[in-house]
Ligand binder design. Structure first.
Ligand code: AN7
Length: 375
């Protein structure tokens, strides 16, 4: 009997229509009833039991779950914050969204701006600044096809963020990076969902990749709010993981030229640095780095041993859990949730580059195929 076999079969073969996360958690969010919501039915992402990852940790009685944020409409957790940020920007009368991005924020901002156009704001526009040559092709293509104006700068994310902050100060445009508190407000719903999915408990440990540090900040806000409301009795230890070549919080100083294969978290001076430290300290968690080799090993394991499709940056959460397990930092019988922040199809080139499973070419006959396969 595994997790799935123990579930009671439901006579209801269709689930109720999911109203999007603002409507689902409206009473817990800073939003009034008159606001016109811009939503793509984001949220309600699966919490998937991950026995292969638990096994790789080698800790007795460990339960590992994946919060699969790749199942959001634009394929990443950014949609949670973006439904809120674009909704609020539109309600304030702003029509142009701007962001700096390592890729996912730009895809999400572009998607929600298109959604705003569909919902009566035909003049809504989106401008995204990305580091030229350092964003995964899937994300770039999303920003383009959703109809945003992409600006590729000869610089990194940190420089792009400085530029968009200045633009938003000077012009009547909405900054939709996670320095905008509306983004954090939307993203904290992921913590609510995890507690709901675990039947009114928070996990013992939450493992999460850290880039600009908005998401770890949002999760901690969500867990604290659920505990304060008495909806859960416990709070998780927050364990955040940066890529070793882009690990300013771990090192204790900004990194001028961050480098990692996990381009989504190639960030040297996180905007929510202080809040990330607070989350880790208040929850008795930790912040650590994982090397690109550890990220890629976890990335391959998540796919080939577990069947879940995530991008390299997301795999930092699992790589971090495995590292912490080996260091004796994970207690027996713990319930751990690893957040997989973005969908693997955004960066299929990395999958092709790193996998040891290679396609074989044959002529188109049964015998040639059988021979090539050594059947
Ligand atoms: C897949 O898109 O910063 O610590 O500009 O895309 O909240 O920044 C993306 C970040 C983790 C880190 N996983 O989250 C952007 C951007 C994925 C990401 C992070 C990002 P934060």
């Amino acid at each position: 009997m595994n997790f799935w076999s123990k579930l009671i079969p439901s006579k209801e073969r269709t689930t109720k229509y999911w109203p999007g996360l603002i409507n689902a958690y409206r009473d817990l969010l800073d939003i009034d009833n008159k606001t016109h919501i811009i939503s793509l039915a984001e949220g309600n992402t699966p919490l998937i039991p991950a026995p292969a990852i638990a096994q790789a940790c080698g800790i007795i009685g460990l339960s590992v779950y994946i919060k699969f944020e790749g199942a959001n409409p634009s394929g990443s957790f950014k949609d949670r914050g973006m439904t809120m940020a674009v909704t609020k920007a539109i309600s304030k009368g702003l029509r142009t969204m701007v962001c700096a991005s390592t890729g996912n924020t730009s895809a999400s901002a572009a998607a929600y701006t298109a959604c705003a156009r569909a919902n009566g704001y035909s003049d809504a526009k989106c401008i995204v600044l990305v580091p030229d040559g350092y964003i995964a092709m899937g994300k770039l293509s999303q920003a383009i096809i959703y109809g945003s104006q992409v600006v590729q700068i000869a610089g990194n994310f940190d420089q792009a963020l400085n530029i968009v902050r200045e633009l938003a100060d000077k012009y009547p445009i909405a900054l939709v990076n996670s320095v905008n508190p509306d983004r954090i407000e939307g993203q904290k719903t992921a913590a609510f969902e995890i507690c709901d999915q675990l039947d009114g408990r928070a996990p013992d440990i939450l493992c999460i990749p850290v880039g600009n540090a908005g998401n770890i900040t949002a999760y901690w806000a969500g867990f604290k709010q659920y505990a304060a409301l008495g909806l859960v009795k416990n709070q998780p230890k927050m364990m955040g993981f940066q890529a070793a070549g882009a690990a300013p919080i771990v090192l204790g100083h900004p990194v001028e030229n961050p480098e990692t294969i996990a381009t989504a978290i190639r960030i040297g001076n996180p905007a929510s640095w202080k809040m990330a430290k607070e989350a880790v300290e208040q929850s008795f968690g930790l912040i650590d780095s994982v090397t690109d080799a550890e990220i890629i090993e976890a990335y391959k394991l998540i796919h080939s041993a577990q069947g879940i499709c995530c991008e390299p940056a997301s795999a930092a959460s699992v790589a971090g859990l495995i590292k912490a397990s080996k260091q004796g930092k994970i207690e027996r019988e713990s319930t751990v949730v690893c957040v997989l922040t973005g969908h693997g199809l955004k960066d299929s080139q990395t999958a092709l580059d790193v996998s040891e499973f290679k396609p074989i070419r044959t002529s188109a006959t049964e015998s040639a195929v059988a021979q090539a396969l050594n059947l």
